[in-house]
Design a protein around this ligand. Structure first.
Ligand code: ZN
Length: 228
């Protein structure tokens, strides 16, 4: 049975979303990572995790000093918020003309307040899009996360070619740079140079005059795939 969303606060939705995303990225998640991602004190994270694990039904599985996981209820709430976030980003860009570096902040506010009906209409108007403007997959209406590439750009070797699939969505300055050098979802790239010590990569981007130079903190969070 779907969980009633009205019962949960914005803070809880943010926690569940970040836990889901961290789990997707690395398979496990610690209180320290959550604290860093949400920019709060580890003690607040512990308190919130205890609260969410005591909910009926529980939203997370949590014991002190152990890693955290989501219950099916927690996962559904996380996926619903992620679906809304990504649909709203797409709506802001496509329908309202926002640039891709501005949609994340706006969507982050709206994701907690729009109604089920609003979400449904947005999905219909946009023709049930599969991806947000940054290439992240949009969970389906049934709250399934579509299969998607998880190969980071950082794993490509010199001379390897690939298509950009997904870029991080929260850093406006980075998004402006990526747009300027053409590192956007769908772009075809080739690794021109990879420095062996600090992992800085120089990319040829097809159709662009300028090469893209990206450090490892970025290339680990840009995802690529071999086929378009
Ligand atoms: Zn976003």
């Amino acid at each position: 049975m779907p969980v009633e969303r009205e019962k949960y606060s914005r803070a809880i939705e943010d926690y569940l979303k970040i836990i889901f995303e961290l789990l997707e990225a690395s398979g496990r998640v610690s209180t320290k990572q959550i604290a860093e991602a949400l920019d709060v004190k580890p003690a607040s994270v512990t308190g919130m995790l205890q609260k969410m694990s005591a909910f009926k039904p529980a939203l997370v599985n949590y014991r002190k000093h152990h890693s955290v996981s989501l219950t099916p209820e927690g996962r559904d709430i996380a996926l619903r918020v992620i679906r809304r976030h990504r649909l709203i980003e797409r709506f802001l860009q496509e329908t309202l003309g926002f640039s891709w570096d501005k949609v994340h902040e706006e969507a982050h506010r709206l994701e907690h307040v729009v109604s089920d009906e609003f979400e449904k209409r947005v999905a219909e108007v946009l023709g049930d899009p599969e991806f947000d403007p940054h290439g992240s997959p949009i969970p389906t209406r049934e709250l399934e996360m579509p299969e998607h590439s998880q190969k980071p750009l950082s794993e490509l070797d010199k001379r390897e070619r690939a298509y950009i699939r997904e870029v991080p969505d929260e850093d406006e300055g980075l998004l402006l740079y990526l747009e300027e050098v053409g590192v956007v979802p769908g772009a075809r790239i080739e690794v021109l140079e990879r420095s062996p010590y600090d992992g800085i990569m120089t990319l040829i981007v097809m159709g662009q005059l300028q090469n893209a130079v990206l450090g490892p903190s970025i290339t680990r969070r840009v995802f690529v795939e071999k086929k378009r």
